[in-house]
Write a new protein. Sequence first.
Lengths: 99, 245
Amino acid sequence: MKSRLFLMLALLALATPLFAAEGAAAGATNWVAITSGFAMAIASAGCALAQGKAVAAACEGMARNPGASAAIRFALILGLALIESLALYTLVIILVQVK
Amino acid sequence: MAEHESWLTALFNDHLAGLGQAALALVGAHAEPPQRPWANFIAMQIVVALVMVVLFALMRPKLSVDRPGRLQHVFEAVYDFIKSQVEDVGVHHGQKYVAWFGSLFLFILFANLLGIIPTFESPTMFPPVPLGCAMAAFFYFNIAGLREHGLLRYTAHFSGPVWWLAPVLFPIEIISTLARPLSLTIRLYANMYAGEQVTLAFLGIAPLAVPVVFMGLHVFVSFLQAYIFTLLTIVYVSGAVAHEH
């Protein structure tokens, strides 16, 4: 698990030419697009993990205490939207950078 | 980005180009093609505002305590919803803010939903519109806090609960307060823009029935994002007017 994480991070190091090649010449590799793919995938993965935890905790809370369903649902919706927005920040950066 | 003008914007540009140029000249800006100053999102926002005004103008004379009509039931439900959110979050003297929150909620909701209608676009799909809503919310909660506490005590409450943490906490609080309109803008803009792009992508792949699913998702996301925007504004106002008891 940890070695996979390090492998992914090492792959990200391939993106360093990105800083030099803002307007890449025709025929050169479009590093911006490649990095955008990885960045969005990582952001979505993190977002999905966090939202999964939030939903699991909410379901368990509602199962233990059905009377508090309304309050738990409120906190759940709020939390899900805030976590979602973190993945969306990555998407906006990509939309700004990718030509 | 959609450079292509919608039919409504073309109508504005054909007949009201002078008005648009005068309005832009008031703030010292000028349009890209100078003969066509109206942008798509401006025309769509005007549609949303007109829809809201007409809706409430139609409803107002028919308001009745004994025999409420259907529109009255619907908007009473909306009003109760906003009021219950304000009470859940626990805003100090929350009643005076409910009208503004309701207006914000309905504006963002109608703006989001306008994109479902063919040949119309959601104005919230373009960055200036969520930015405008977020700046309105930003000024609103700051002004509410300033009116409640006064300038000195309002800035003092950024320093946190204890005095010896103030030098650390003050810049953190200022930055996080300034980040609030940014996050509100990006959340609303990215949700609407991504929803449209996903629908367009599937329109290219499987144009027959699949995009309807994504338009349905867009409707759900419209409601959710309008609700989240309003809820976060309520939370910010409650933080700004809070009194330590």
